[in-house]
Write a protein that binds this ligand. Sequence first.
Ligand code: COA
Length: 155
Amino acid sequence: MMIRPATPSDAEGMKAVHDEIFAAGLRKSPGDLAQVRANYIDAENRIGCFVAVDDEGRILGFQSLRHSWADNPYGVAEGWGIIGTHVSPRAARQGVGSGLFRATLAAAKVAGLENIDASIGADNALGQAYYEAMGFRTYRTTDGLVCKVYRVDQT
Ligand SMILES: CC(C)(COP(=O)(O)OP(=O)(O)OC[C@H]1O[C@@H](n2cnc3c(N)ncnc32)[C@H](O)[C@@H]1OP(=O)(O)O)[C@@H](O)C(=O)NCCC(=O)NCCS
């Protein structure tokens, strides 16, 4: 498995990951190419967006880190980062998410971030377990969401 920054040619593969997560019942909507481009690849507030790729070049998962934006739907404070993680169920529990977070954390440090928010569905036990394992801790709960923070050590 290789971890590298996402490029425009990854859009189809990232959409396919969303489709696979949706098919497994772990996501409310299927993939959308325009949304993948707007929210991850071309996002203005992008700090980092990394893909995990297998030996054949197929995308196993991706993780995005963006600067919090005004009126974001999660109510995350300005100056924080907002993370999202998407791993195909066919590659689950093989260290893909952990590998992605190593790259994301390095990008967070370069960007000088102190706090990263992960807003996870209250019914998403595996998402919560994953972020907890990465070192995130719950700091508030709201509207069916469990919001966890990772305090980035900038020393
Ligand atoms: C949550 C998700 C990102 C985990 O990715 P992953 O590649 O399977 O994670 P890893 O294999 O790196 O697991 C890292 C740790 O997370 C925890 N974890 C991951 N999956 C878990 C599960 N199904 N049950 C319990 N703990 C789990 C474990 O502590 C694991 O370490 P271990 O395998 O050594 O015990 C992935 O399942 C996913 O994309 N799910 C659908 C979308 C989603 O829920 N995104 C996150 C919330 S918005």
